[in-house]
Design a protein around this ligand. Sequence first.
Ligand SMILES: [Zn+2]
Length: 344
Amino acid sequence: MRFVSPLLKRAIYPALHRTGFLNGISLDAGYAVVNYHGVVPSDYSSVDKFLDGNLVSVEVFRKQLQFLKAHYSIIQPEDFLAWVAQGKTLPARAVLVTCDDGLLNTLTEMFPVLQQEGVPCLFFVTAASCSDKPEMLWYEELYHLMRSKPLDALAEQLPADSKGEVQPPGNFQSEWWSMVKRASQLDAKARHDWMELVRAHSGGALPGCEERWRLLNSSELRKLSDAGMTIGAHTRTHPVLSLCREEEARSEIQGSKQEIEHALGRQLWAFAYPFGNPATMGGREFSLTQEAGFSCAFLNVEYWATAHPRFAIARTHVTADMSLAEFSAHLSGLHCRLQRAVGS
Ligand SMILES: [Zn+2]
C-alpha cells in the first residue's frame, strides 16, 4: 500500500472526486464518522509539523463541513445514540462529526465555524477539562520538553518498555513515543510527579499560543455543552490504555465518565479511546467501556473487526495533509476497502 498510496492520493482520488463518483458509493457501515483534533488558531505558526499534523486550518474545516452538508446527512450525536442503543434508523449517508482531546481551540476557533455552518459535534474531552487550570496534554508537553533537553537519567525512572523494545537513538519521534508508552505504565499520580521532574530538568520554555496547546477548563467546557454541543469522555489523563494496569485503566475510563458528568450535571453516553488504534488498546478496553456504562465507544481507525461492534466504532481521522478528494475517499469507505484488498 505504501507504493500505491501516492498514486491514489495524487491521481485516482482527485479524479474520482471530480466526477462525483465517491458521492454515490454506498457506505459499508451505513454511516461514517469523521474525527478532528482541533483547528489551527489564527495567530499560531506551527512549531512542529509532527504534532500539528492532526489539526486542520479554519478554511479547510469549513470546506469539509460544507462538503459533508452537500453530500451526506449530518446527524445529531443523539441520533447516533438512538441508532446504537434503540436501533432507530439513520438517514442514508449519515455522517457524525466528532472531535477529540478538548483543546481550547475547539471553543475559540472550531465552535464558531460549527455554529455558522449549523453542524452539531460530539466532543471527547479528558477529565482535565473539569478543572479550572488544566495543562497541556502530557504527551505533547513531553515532546516539547524532550526537544529542549534529552531526558538523561529521568528516562531510567520509568518502567521498561513492556515488550522489551529498546529504541536505538537517533529517531526523536520513536524515542518520544517509547517514553510515552513507558510513562503510560505509571499510574496517573506517579506520571504527574515524573512530569514535574521532567519540567524542572528541562527548564525549557513551552511554546506560546494557549489556544493551540491548553485544554479547555471547566467553564469553557460548559460553554460548549450549554451551546448544544454533545460531550463524551476521553479518559482522565490520556494514557496508552493497554499499558495501564487493569485497575488504572478502569479508573481512567470509569473515572472520566463520573468526573465529567459531575462537572456538567448531565449523563455521558459516548467514549473515545486515546490514540484509538490496535497498538494502544484491545479487548480489555472494549469490556471496560461497556462495564463503565457507556452506550458506545469510538476508535481512531477506519477499520477493526472486533466482537464488540458498539464499543469499537470506526472513525476517519482527519489530518492536516488530507485533500478534499482524500477526505471524500476516506469517508466513502473506498480508501479502507482498497487497503483491505491489498492486505495492509
Ligand atoms: Zn486524544
